[in-house]
Design a protein around this ligand. Structure first.
Ligand SMILES: *Cc1c(COP(=O)(O)O)cnc(C)c1O
Length: 359
């Protein structure tokens, strides 16, 4: 499908844009354009694709996303490569996961090539928005929602797929501070639920526990399994790895209640390349505390596109508090993070074909 280009009547002035991208933080600065692809079952599926000015979306008040939350999204980044060009990291994996989420939410799949082209269109239109701050990237947010005006309960017949961009600064200010974690009593996802789909509802359900974590002075919330309230699943938006003193690394398995992170998958590969044994197995909160206290567990890392790889420093729950290692980033966390960031930015050889160069 060809994207129709709608000219922007008033793009941001150069000086305002330069100021906006000098130190953008995360998620508050947006670029000038968006890509929109429309779906209507009555028109045979995906029927219109445009690249145009980023602007408010007109929605009927009965649009089913506003009532029954049929919505999915992705999170990815364009990186500046060593040679000055831009690259995407494993974008096909995002396209595939988008469709896995769509299937779970009874939404139409978007052909992978159309997903990738919608991303390329916006990044190309707004490449001057790439942040100038060291370690910056262009955060890419593709999302799809049910736009049909209908209050009955069934999958909608009309959808919009939209891609917007947000220049993002370096998540790590300096020295990669370790994050502190609150173990929530709330559940994020249950067996048979939507935990493996990247859907807004999972985040809506995590806001009260996240607010609780913030109120108690923590950076992130940890969810345990919903059945036994015992096994570690993941953080609100990041997967976890546990590093043992004998070089063994454990990460919770993809049982359907955690999000299959692309960073998680990449780290499993990179850790194995380092000669480490990575097991995808259940690991309990009690075991984590015992291992941290005995010194058997030496590091814990959290990973995801937004924060890349972050060390976990302290853990607190209703049963008390414990620390991991010396509270700072461990040796393996720093090493594997440097390797991943190096591949993403083209300073470390990409032996897996993970980087897709743009232009
Ligand atoms: C997106 C997300 C992650 C991380 O996935 P990446 O592909 O590594 O960015 C982890 N957990 C949740 C709940 C997520 O939504």
């Amino acid at each position: 499908m060809e994207f129709e280009h709608i000219p922007h009547p008033a793009p941001t002035a150069d000086d305002a844009r330069e100021q906006a991208i000098a130190n953008p933080g995360f998620g508050t600065v947006f670029t000038d354009h968006m890509a929109v692809v429309d779906y209507d079952a009555a028109k045979g599926g995906w029927y219109s694709a445009t690249l145009g000015p980023r602007q408010p979306i007109a929605l009927d008040p009965a649009a089913s996303v506003l009532h029954y939350a049929q919505e999915i999204f992705e999170g990815m980044k364009a990186y500046r490569l060593a040679d000055g060009s831009m690259g995407l990291f494993r974008p096909l994996e995002n396209a595939r996961r988008y469709n896995a989420s769509a299937r779970r939410m009874a939404m139409p799949e978007l052909p992978e090539e159309l997903f990738l082209e919608s991303v390329r269109q916006v990044v190309d239109a707004d490449k001057d928005w790439f942040p100038t701050v060291e370690g910056g990237s262009l955060y890419i947010r593709p999302f799809m929602f049910a736009s049909e005006a209908f209050l009955g309960v069934r999958p909608a017949t009309q959808y919009k797929h939209i891609v917007i961009l947000s220049p993002a600064g370096n998540y790590f200010k300096s020295g990669s501070p370790a994050v502190s974690i609150w173990v929530s009593e709330y559940s994020r996802a249950a067996p048979g639920g939507t935990g493996a789909a990247k859907t807004g509802g999972n985040y809506a359900a995590s806001l009260v526990p996240t607010g609780e974590a913030f109120a108690k002075g923590h950076d992130q919330v940890l969810f345990l399994d919903a059945v036994e309230k015992k096994w570690i699943e993941e953080l609100g938006g990041m997967n976890l790895f546990f590093v043992m003193d004998d070089g063994r690394v454990i990460t919770p398995p993809l049982t359907g209640t955690i999000l299959p992170g692309i960073t998680r998958d990449s780290l499993i590969t990179l850790l194995r390349e380092e000669g480490l044994e990575v097991s995808e197995e259940m690991y309990s909160l009690d075991q984590w505390r015992d291992d941290a206290q005995s010194g058997k567990l030496v590091e814990t890392m959290a990973c995801g596109t937004a924060a890349v790889v972050t060390p976990v420093g302290t853990v607190e729950g209703t049963n008390g508090k414990f620390n991991i290692g010396n509270g700072g980033p461990g040796e393996l966390t720093s090493k594997i993070r440097a390797k991943l960031v190096g591949i993403q930015r083209g300073t470390v050889e990409d032996t897996h074909g993970w980087v897709t160069k743009l232009d």
